[in-house]
Ligand binder design. Structure first.
Ligand code: GTP
Ligand code: SPV
Ligand code: MN
Length: 587
């Protein structure tokens, strides 16, 4: 049964159906009966495994193909008409050529399968921030995951009405052939095409494909920003809640910071943290000239390994019901799940992420390093009361960060917005298992958007500079590094909940309540201005983590200069100037 009279949607769905030739078409209305029927079907085919209903009610285990466990950046394309509009950081293909290539792969790929049509919203339906999409897919895993990650169903079709303003997304698992896997974006057509993958980030098209790659191009046109950022509310003992956004690359700590639990001394004094978002922020200029943020998602697609009662109890609590786990260990004794870093008791009677009998004593990993949970936001004990807000929350600070064993200090503040844009543009971080390829290699990842910016990165930086001019009261911009190590590779900073100690200083700076010292790279806290009560760190240890090594930074400048050179005249002049200022300060 069709759920809409919208001719733009109906024509496009007809056109796609003629291409992929499914046996059946099912419109997803979002009702619990329909979803339950799909879950039952997926369990009967083995696509989902039902977990222990007492211990993990409404939850399932999903295994993706062994060669399909992470985003594939090498096969992700921005297909703008002109190559220079995709820029040097994106793979590009001419749209016509890509459509031809994809249509050949899609031709008849849903024969014998059902085609599901999912209407979904990124953002609170009906709000100024909201944008709508239709995802066509042949995967029940995608349907039930989109139900967790987005607001979806008939109500979205009602909101779209007869408008042609929606993002088109076509996904097919096809043969799961890695050689024919493409994640293609057509920003000029508001279209996304994904084929031959079944892994979350490649196929839940509302997330990185729409809410970042396509939305970043929309934001540029419409004067807003789509960013790879967490949104955190920090409530101080006076009861005032101040909000920060944080852009860290994939698997560098956004979910953890977003769900932070204050250290005990802070909790006693009345500090509390609230999660608004853990991965994506859409940012608009408010009538007050401040930057306002919403989280366009409705759930968390979080990294499982390392998530424990100790490191992130809020995330763990969020996964205790109605959750889909992907590529984790299955405990066969009680039909629950496990992953490395959950606790020190790996199950002895278990299957690893591939579904093979697993012996935890043989040294092999049970869960894939990029195994994930897909959990509803409402499950999270610290979900912000502003989560459903139509206007979002006002942002006081933007925090950039990455994994750097050396070079980047624990925290520093940019001198102003433009310097802050420079700081974001030169971010570098060690690669992680969130994308296929080598892990632990330092690469530039500007604003944590390298894999997610839908247009030329140089133009993107210019958009940041332009937005700063339009904000009468812009957030202050900071850089943090929780991952600095000593010469033996041990982390120097305890991280996790203790990161609030740094965020406290950051927020105090935003409200003129804390001092700083000026260094070559920006403002740093005086060691005594970071509260270390309850840690075993001394101000001297802090001095070490805050240190700026001029020699390393001179090297860094060389790397930045080389990195910038590939952008040619798309590099904003302001950023070239900021680099010169830094070079001069380090002389
Ligand atoms: P994506 O979902 O891929 O975007 O990742 P994310 O940025 O949300 O990262 P997440 O919070 O899931 O953390 C990824 C890994 O970093 C986990 O293994 C965490 O245990 C680890 N991590 C997070 N915060 C800290 C920290 O403050 N210190 C240290 N040492 N590790 C951390
Ligand atoms: C990331 O890699 O930044 C993620 C997971 O949040 S994915 O959805 O795969 O992109
Ligand atoms: Mn992410």
């Amino acid at each position: 049964m069709k759920l809409t009279d919208n001719v733009h949607i109906l024509n496009w769905v007809d056109e796609m159906a003629a291409l992929v030739k499914p046996d059946k078409i099912m419109w997803i209305d979002g009702s619990e009966e329909q979803l339950e029927e799909l879950r039952r079907e997926a369990v009967s085919t083995g696509e989902l495994i039902k977990l222990n209903e007492e211990k993990l009610p409404g939850s399932y285990l999903h295994r993706s193909d062994v060669n399909d466990v992470a985003r594939v950046e090498g096969r992700t394309f921005i297909c703008s008409k002109k190559q220079e509009d995709a820029g040097p950081t994106n793979n590009w293909m001419d749209p016509k050529e890509m459509y031809e290539k994809l249509y050949a792969i899609y031709d008849g790929c849903m024969k014998g399968r059902t085609m599901y049509v999912i209407p979904y919203s990124m953002g609170v339906i009906g709000s100024d921030f909201a944008k709508y999409g239709i995802e066509i897919t042949d995967s029940i895993y995608v349907v039930v995951s989109m139900q967790i990650m987005t607001r979806m169903g008939k109500k979205v079709l009602d909101a779209i009405g007869d408008s042609a303003d929606f993002i088109k997304g076509l996904h097919s698992k096809a043969e799961l052939d890695p050689e024919k896997r493409y994640i293609a974006h057509f920003p000029e057509d508001n279209t996304i095409m994904s084929v031959n993958s079944g892994y979350g980030g490649n196929v839940l098209l509302g997330k990185k494909c729409f809410a970042l790659r396509i939305a970043s191009t929309l934001g540029r046109r419409e004067d807003w920003m789509a960013e790879h950022m967490l949104i955190l509310g920090v409530q101080n003992p006076e009861g005032e809640i101040r909000y920060v956004c944080g852009a860290f690359p994939s698997a560098c700590g956004k979910t953890n910071l977003a769900m932070l639990i204050p250290p005990e001394e802070y909790r006693k004094k009345g500090w509390k943290c609230w999660t608004v978002g853990d991965d994506i922020a859409w940012l608009r200029i408010g009538p007050d000239g401040r930057l306002w943020a919403v989280n366009p998602e409705n759930g968390f697609f979080g990294v499982a390994p390392g998530t424990s009662e100790k490191s992130n109890p809020n995330a763990l609590a969020a996964t205790r019901k109605n959750t889909i786990f992907t590529n984790v260990v299955r405990n066969l004794d009680d039909n629950t799940v496990w992953w490395e870093g959950m606790d020190k008791n790996p199950p002895r009677n278990a299957e690893n992420w591939k579904g093979e009998k697993w012996d935890c004593t043989d040294g092999s990993k049970g869960a894939h390093p990029n195994s994930r949970f897909t959990a509803p936001a409402v499950n999270c004990p610290c979900i912000s009361p502003e989560f459903e807000s139509k206007t979002g929350v006002p942002i006081s600070a933007i925090i950039f960060g990455g994994r750097r064993a050396k070079t980047a200090p624990l925290v520093y503040q940019s001198r102003d917005w433009e310097h802050g844009v420079f700081v974001g543009s030169v971010m570098a971080s060690e690669t992680t298992a969130a994308a296929t390829g080598a892990v632990g290699v330092v690469r530039r990842d500007p604003m944590a958007m390298r894999p997610f910016c839908g247009y030329n990165m140089g133009d993107y930086w210019q958009h940041w500079l332009d937005m700063g001019k339009k904000l009468s009261d812009p957030p202050k911009i900071f850089n943090v590094n929780w991952f600095r190590t000593d010469d033996e590779g041990h982390f120097l900073w305890p991280g996790f909940g203790d990161n609030l100690r740094v965020v406290e200083w950051i927020l105090a700076r935003c409200f003129g309540e804390a001092d700083a010292v000026e260094t070559e790279i920006g403002y740093e806290p005086k060691p005594e201005d970071i509260n270390l009560d309850g840690t075993d760190l001394s101000p001297d240890d802090l001095k070490n983590i805050l240190g700026v090594d001029r020699e390393l930074w001179r090297e860094e400048c060389k790397g930045i200069r080389e990195y910038y050179s590939q952008f040619g005249d798309r590099l904003p002049k302001k950023l070239a100037e900021e680099l010169e200022i830094l070079e001069n300060k380090l002389k």
